[in-house]
Design a protein around this ligand. Structure first.
Ligand code: KG4
Ligand code: ZN
Length: 344
């Protein structure tokens, strides 16, 4: 506990606009989510990926209405809010700027403190919503559409990146392979769904960088291998075995994530693993990492499914500790582009 830590009850209004979801939430100091609205931008589906300029425009169009809808749903007014939190990095810069500018204007006009939150830190803190007592240290596997990081997490001010992807992120690998298979975007949830009916041993795709003591990830060779495999088969074969290919693809990605996380947990004697980010919704990942962890006495935690993908409740969850420490931003706050989790 820090000397001047605030202990009173409070409510945080949080914003998340780092990519293609506009989200507004209110969370209280006990990690109770009073409301969490997400407006997912379906426009991008036609392009097979997020178009940054369209994302910014849609955030701009949605954010005011969504804020009003969130307060109405929670039966709150601006006066009931104690602080405003917003994700400031990493993400699409134009998209982040919409949230940051809006949060700054609200904080200024309402005279409330402003809290800047790293988006990846938000993903980690999504775990606290279901498990408020889940306090570090732990080993965090952060797997999203843009990032794949293994983090030795002691506190939000003290953590070490043990490994990260050298090329594509895990979610990106799901998305790109789904595109090759003609399955649509985002690919992770679709592959997860159809893989349930497939044979994960149908074809063995490569697991990269699998040498002992290498905790970095790589998915670009895997992606090329899927592309070459598909090019070597005719359309009928692919259509007839689409669920088996999806299951084999999913197994390869999950094996890479699980083996490295478990290997480092063993090496560092970690007692707790937490998984965070959109890919933490993956059913096979949840099953395999839990089972492996359990087999040698490590507890594994995930966010509730509704808080795995981008949402503002997780930004509010990370802001709770910052509020307690009076770690506030001033109005010179800007959005910025960085890689992964970092201290603001
Ligand atoms: O954290 P997130 O919502 O956004 C970023 O910060 O990137 O993660 C989105 C990523 C996408 O790549 C999506 O395909 C992946 O998470 N994803 C999944 C699943 N649900 C979402 N990947 C595998 N299995 C899932 N069930
Ligand atoms: Zn995210």
């Amino acid at each position: 506990m820090i000397g001047n830590e605030k202990t009173e009850k409070f409510k945080i209004l949080a914003f998340e606009t780092s990519c293609d979801d506009t989200s507004v939430a209110v969370i209280n100091s006990n990690f109770n989510v009073l409301v969490n609205l997400i407006s997912s931008q379906t426009t991008h589906e036609d392009f097979g990926g997020v178009v940054p300029e369209l994302a910014s425009r849609l955030h701009l169009k949605n954010i005011m209405q969504l804020t009003q809808a969130a307060l109405t749903k929670a039966e709150l007014s601006f006066e009931d809010i104690d602080a405003i939190a917003v994700s400031v990095n990493p993400g699409l810069i134009g998209a982040l700027l919409v949230g940051v500018s809006f949060a700054k204007s609200l904080a200024y006009s309402l005279g409330k403190p402003l809290i800047a939150v790293n988006h990846m830190l938000g993903h980690i803190y999504a775990n606290r919503i279901e498990n408020p007592d889940l306090i570090p240290p732990y080993l965090a596997l952060v797997v999203s559409g843009g990032h794949t990081e293994l983090v030795d997490f002691k506190s939000m001010d003290e953590f070490k990146i043990i490994g990260r992807t050298r090329d594509d992120a895990a979610g990106e690998a799901f998305d790109k392979v789904a595109k090759l298979l003609g399955l649509g975007y985002p690919g992770g949830p679709i592959i997860d769904k159809i893989a349930k009916n497939g044979d994960p041993k149908f074809h063995r795709f490569p697991r990269a960088l699998n040498k002992k003591d290498n905790f970095d990830f790589s998915f670009s060779g895997f992606k090329t291998s899927v592309r070459n495999y598909l090019a070597s088969k005719d359309n009928n074969f692919i259509t007839n075995h689409i669920v088996d290919i999806a299951a084999s693809v999913q197994q390869a990605i999950v094996d890479s994530l699980v083996s490295k996380t478990i290997a480092y947990a063993k090496k560092s004697n970690a007692k707790t693993i937490i998984v965070a980010g959109g890919v933490s919704a993956n059913s096979l990942l949840r099953k395999e990492i839990s089972e492996k962890g359990k087999s040698f006495g490590v507890n594994v935690f995930f966010p509730a499914l509704e808080y795995c993908m981008d949402n503002a409740a997780m930004i509010g969850a990370a802001a709770i500790e910052k509020y307690q420490k009076s770690d506030f931003a001033d109005l010179s706050l800007n959005a910025f582009s960085t890689k992964g989790i970092r201290i603001l």
